[in-house]
Design a protein around this ligand. Structure first.
Ligand SMILES: Nc1ncnc2c1ncn2[C@@H]1O[C@H](COP(=O)(O)OP(=O)(O)OP(=O)(O)O)[C@@H](O)[C@H]1O
Length: 259
């Protein structure tokens, strides 16, 4: 199957995003004015050194943190007036998130971890179970449905987290260093799965400090000191939409991550 062709309509837009953290050591200007447009079907990687502000940016895009200035638009709609509750609904229904440390509910089985967001979003028990079975089978975890998260390897836990993030068919998947705590095998597996879901049309924004992982995406944004410093569409002659100087690059893709 060939990669999904992004449509013209932006799924996600950031305009002039600014976020300063106020810690004990004084203000940290984590995001200093970011303009970014992500089209439906794109797989965008945001890469840069530790402390560049990548996680903060991802948190702003998913409503986990609020910007000091600027706007996030989802499907063209401003989120400026979104309450925490509204963002929570958005994350339950249309924005899936995977984190470096999985964030599974440790006292729920694998099956329940995956079903829970579906039930919270209003799915029937039957539908939630069917979706859970489909995803766990696809991710090679059907035999682990009754296990507790702590009984699984890191790679398996991250696959459960991926199933949980995808169970409601979100428009957007945000991934924050999803392979950051995995060994090389687990890393390859997670990246292969991200590529697979992307080929089926899943829009993904991946944050990683690892440039090799970033090259599994079809667009790579370099982030440094709170700003976009480069925006490259890989293996495509068209410019990337919005934010930073777009250019194209053919070679250097990490093809072995694809299945
Ligand atoms: N809640 C917070 N309070 C204070 N400072 C913070 C907070 N969160 C992040 N920072 C600081 O903001 C800067 C950007 O952090 P962020 O986690 O966004 O960067 P990153 O590029 O994702 O880094 P890493 O790759 O190490 O996760 C860092 O200097 C970090 O210490």
């Amino acid at each position: 199957m060939s990669p999904a062709t992004p449509s013209a309509a932006p799924l996600l837009e950031a305009r002039g995003l600014v976020r300063t953290h106020h810690g004990e050591g004084g203000p940290v200007h984590a995001v200093r004015g970011v303009d970014l447009t992500v089209r439906r079907g794109e797989f965008v990687a945001v890469t840069g050194p530790s402390g560049a502000g990548k996680s903060t940016l991802l948190h702003l895009l998913g409503g986990l943190q609020r910007p000091d200035d600027g706007t996030v638009l989802l499907d063209g709609e401003s989120t400026d007036d979104y309450t925490e509750a509204r963002w929570a609904v958005e994350r339950r229904r249309s924005i899936g998130i995977v984190f470096q440390f999985f964030n599974l509910v440790s006292n729920l089985t694998v099956a329940d971890n995956v079903e829970l967001p579906a039930l919270l979003a209003g799915s029937s028990t039957r539908h939630a179970r069917a979706e859970r079975e489909r995803l766990l089978t696809e991710l090679g975890l059907a035999a682990k449905a009754r296990s507790m998260p702590g009984e699984l390897s890191g790679g398996e836990q991250q696959r459960v987290a991926l199933a949980r993030a995808l169970v409601n068919h979100p428009r957007l998947l945000l991934a924050d260093e999803p392979a950051g705590s995995l060994d090389s095998r687990g890393t390859r597996e997670v990246m292969r799965l991200l590529s697979r879901f992307h080929r089926r049309g899943q829009t993904i924004v991946l944050v990683t400090h690892d440039a090799r992982l970033a090259s599994a995406a079809d667009r790579v944004i370099s982030f440094f000191d709170g700003r976009i410093t480069d925006d490259v569409t890989l293996g495509d002659d068209g410019p990337a939409a919005g934010g930073g100087a777009a250019r194209t690059a053919g070679p250097g893709r990490v093809v072995e991550l694809r299945d």
